[in-house]
Design a protein around this ligand. Structure first.
Ligand SMILES: C[C@@](CO)(OP(=O)(O)O)[C@H](O)COP(=O)(O)OP(=O)(O)OC[C@H]1O[C@@H](n2ccc(N)nc2=O)[C@H](O)[C@@H]1O
Ligand SMILES: Nc1ncnc2c1ncn2[C@@H]1O[C@H](COP(=O)(O)OP(=O)(O)O)[C@@H](O)[C@H]1O
Length: 293
C-alpha cells in the first residue's frame, strides 16, 4: 500500500533574531504559518530506503543522499530499531532555497509517513529528535500548524491564527540561509542560552479574533533577516515593492531568509487579483495566490 502526505510551505509571518549562541546558531522568535501550496511525498514501504524526485522542481533539488527526505529517514532509523523504510517519491513543486522551508517540509512529511508505516505516535520523542537533527526548521513542519517558534526552531507554542488570504512571490533566485545569517554579522555568544524564554512575548489576539486584529499585531513585528537578505540578493527589494503596490495589500514582508516574500489581503478576490497583476508584470517569477493558516 502506498502512503501519501503533503509537505506544505512554511511562512515566517514575523522573524526576530534574538541573538547568537556560542555554537554559532541563532536563537529566533517567529510567528510561523503554513501555506496551501506543497510538495507531495509518497512512501512504498519496503526493505530498501530510496528516493525518486519528480515534478517541476526535480532538477533543482535532486535525489542524492543529502536530500533532507533521506537524511530524516536515516536519522530516524538510527533511533528506531528495525525501522521499516521503503521507496519515497517526491513530487517537487516548491521553489528551492527560498525561505519557505520546502526541504524541511519534505523531511517532516517523510517522518510522518515513516511514523504511519511503523505505528509510531507523531509526538514520539525519537521522531522529534530526528526532526531537530535534520534541520532547524523541521520540528515546526512536523505538525505544520500555526505557532510561535523559539529557540533555534525547536520550541513551539500553538497560535489560533485564522485563515489569511495571501500571495507568495519568489523571484526564482535561490538564497542560501547560511549566507543571510553571515551577512547579519552577529558574534557567536551574543546571547545567554535560553534568553528567548525570558523575553516578554507580545500579546497575540484570542481565538476567533477578526483578521484585522491579527494584521495589526503582525505589523508590529519585523523580519530581522530582511536587511541582510537585501545585501545578499537585492531583488528581494523589488519583490517587496511590487507586493506593496498591489491593490488591497494589508502587509508585505519577506519569509525566513528569503527570497520569497508574502502579502496578506482581506479577501480571496483581492489576493487573486494581486497575483494576476504580478504574473502579468513579472512572468519569470513564481507567484502563488492562496491562503495561510
Ligand atoms: C531562517 C529559517 C527561519 O524559519 O528559515 P529558512 O530561511 O531556511 O526557510 C530557519 O531558521 C532555517 O532553518 P533551516 O533551513 O532548517 O536551517 P539549517 O539547515 O539547520 O541551517 C542552515 C544554516 O543556517 C544557519 N542557522 C539556521 C537556523 C538558526 N536558528 N540559526 C542559524 O544560524 C546556520 O548557519 C546553518 O548553517
Ligand atoms: N527535499 C529538498 N527540497 C529542497 N531542498 C533540499 C531538499 N533536500 C535538500 N535540500 C537542500 O536544502 C537547502 C535548503 O532548501 P529549502 O528547504 O528549499 O530552503 P530554505 O532553507 O531557504 O527554506 C537547499 O540548498 C537544497 O539543496
Amino acid at each position: 500500500m502506498t502512503l501519501r502526505d503533503e509537505a506544505r510551505a512554511k511562512v515566517n509571518l514575523t522573524l526576530r533574531v534574538v541573538g547568537r549562541r556560542p555554537d554559532g546558531y541563532h536563537e529566533l522568535e517567529s510567528v510561523v504559518a503554513f501555506a496551501d501550496c506543497a510538495d507531495h511525498l509518497t512512501l512504498q514501504p519496503g526493505a530498501a530506503l530510496s528516493l525518486t524526485t519528480i515534478g517541476p522542481g526535480a532538477q533543482d533539488c535532486g535525489d542524492s543522499a543529502d536530500n533532507l527526505v533521506l537524511k530524516a529517514a536515516r536519522l530516524l532509523g538510527e533511533r528506531v530499531p528495525d525501522l521499516t523504510t521503503g521507496a519515497f517519491t517526491l513530487d517537487k513543486h516548491l521553489p528551492v532555497a527560498a525561505g519557505i522551508g520546502g526541504g524541511s517540509a519534505d523531511a517532516a512529511a517523510a517522518l510522518r509517513l515513516l511514523a504511519r508505516a511503523n505505528d509510531l505516535a507523531v509526538d514520539d520523542p525519537r521522531l522529534i529528535e530526528a526532526a531537530r537533527l535534520t534541520g532547524a526548521d523541521v520540528p515546526v513542519c512536523l505538525p505544520s500548524k500555526p505557532c510561535v517558534m523559539t529557540g533555534v526552531g525547536e520550541k513551539l507554542s500553538p497560535l489560533p491564527l485564522p485563515r489569511i488570504p495571501a500571495v507568495m512571490v519568489n523571484p526564482r533566485v535561490p538564497v542560501a540561509t547560511k549566507d543571510v545569517f553571515t551577512a547579519l554579522g552577529l558574534k557567536p555568544g551574543s546571547l545567554a542560552v535560553g534568553a528567548t524564554d525570558v523575553l516578554a512575548a507580545p500579546a497575540w489576539p484570542e481565538a476567533g479574533a477578526p483578521l484585522a486584529d491579527w494584521v495589526v499585531a503582525l505589523e508590529a513585528g519585523t523580519n530581522d533577516l530582511e536587511p541582510p537578505a537585501l545585501k545578499v540578493e537585492p531583488v528581494v527589494g523589488t519583490v517587496l515593492e511590487a507586493l506593496r503596490a498591489t491593490a488591497g495589500v494589508q502587509l508585505a514582508r519577506m519569509s525566513g531568509s528569503g527570497a520569497t516574500c508574502f502579502a496578506l489581503y482581506a479577501d480571496d478576490a483581492s489576493a487573486r487579483a494581486a497575483a494576476d497583476a504580478l504574473c502579468a508584470a513579472h512572468p519569470g517569477w513564481w507567484v502563488h495566490a492562496g491562503s495561510l493558516s
